[in-house]
Design a protein around this ligand. Structure first.
Ligand code: TUI
Length: 310
């Protein structure tokens, strides 16, 4: 089976996570220029804002890149159509089932790669024509599923014949090797790209990730069915308190999305929602995107024959 570097026509079998409000044309083009697959994240943006970022990205790289569509976005129908018009190479999806858009994307020649938190959804996506699936474990930052990467990736790999991309808990080459050992044909990373020079977020956000230890993330909203992993801060503690009261899901989601913007754009340490994964404790310094990606794969070449990695 193809690894995802062959599938996408890129150098290294790595894709960038579709981080809402974070992953714009600057980050996506840096990842693609470094040999991975960069992604522009829809987050809660409307179709025209994302279209503009796609056009800017086309001016910054001649390599393939994609768009991540967050399916809880209220403008999702228009975004689904816009990526066809813009002839985007790859679409990844998150936070829902993209089934109703798959046929149109496939007919447009777009490679479709949904995030799946379970074997059942992976199988459904394969039947619907997905080119690969991203098995994202609960170690990830942001909106998460229940299963760990360690438990989810091999189970998904056993039940589909399309390539599986492992995500959640990957910050250095040991975790890349582990992902391939579990049956993945590629990896997705997010947190390790937050503390890069090219990542367009407030410096306070980068510093929070760099300072974080292993136990410094917390999952808000488990009780309401919208679990989101963030770095611990006063905002996260308030959210935890609110979910214990009778606040509506919409209200909580609004609070989370608004507070993500406060983290990304304002660097509001107290009131921002700093989405980040459990591997924040492995991020110790500012680096370039190229350095991050190369250091994830260079040692892996030594294991190439055992794992058929590259
Ligand atoms: O989507 C993510 N991570 C995200 S999205 C996001 S923006 C946001 N902010 C606040 C609240 C909610 C979202 C921040 N981080 N990762 C991919 C992912 N997809 N994780 C879990 C899922 C998922 C869950 C259920 C995918 C499919 C699914 O299907 C349910 C169904 O309908 O079958």
């Amino acid at each position: 089976m193809k690894n995802i570097a062959e599938l996408f026509g890129i150098k290294y079998p790595i894709i960038q996570g579709g981080m809402a409000n974070v992953a714009n044309h600057l980050l996506a083009s840096a990842v693609s220029n470094a040999g991975g697959l960069g992604l522009i994240a829809s987050g809660g943006d409307n179709a025209e804002i994302i279209r503009e970022k796609i056009r800017l990205c086309k001016g910054l790289t001649d390599k393939p890149f994609g768009v991540n569509i967050m399916l809880m976005n209220p403008h999702v129908d228009a975004i689904a159509q816009m990526v066809i018009e813009e002839k985007v190479d790859v679409v990844t999806t998150g936070a829902g089932n993209p089934g109703k858009y798959m046929e149109a994307w496939k007919n447009a020649g777009i490679k479709v790669v949904p995030v799946v938190p379970s074997v059942a959804l992976a199988q459904r996506m394969e039947r619907a024509g997905a080119d690969a699936v991203i098995a994202e474990g609960t170690e990830s930052g942001g909106h998460i599923g229940e299963l760990t990467t360690m438990a989810l990736v091999p189970q998904v790999a056993d039940h589909v014949s399309i390539p599986v991309i492992a995500a959640g808990g990957i910050a250095d080459y040991r975790q890349v090797l582990a992902a391939f050992a579990l049956g993945a044909k590629g990896v997705q990373v997010g947190t390790v790209l937050l503390a890069t020079f090219e990542c367009p977020i407030h410096q306070n956000y980068k510093d929070m990730v760099i300072k974080a230890r292993d136990i410094d993330t917390i999952v808000t909203g488990r009780q309401t069915g919208a679990p989101v992993r963030v770095l611990k801060n006063p905002m996260a503690r308030e959210y935890m308190a609110l979910t214990k009261q009778n606040v509506s899901l919409e209200e909580l989601e609004k609070l989370t999305l608004g507070s993500l913007r406060r983290a990304v754009f304002d660097g509001d340490i107290e009131r921002g929602s700093f989405m980040a994964g459990q591997v924040s404790g492995m991020v110790h310094e500012m680096r370039s995107v190229k350095d991050v990606i190369e250091s994830l794969f260079e040692p892996v070449a030594d294991y190439k024959d055992q794992l058929k990695v590259l």
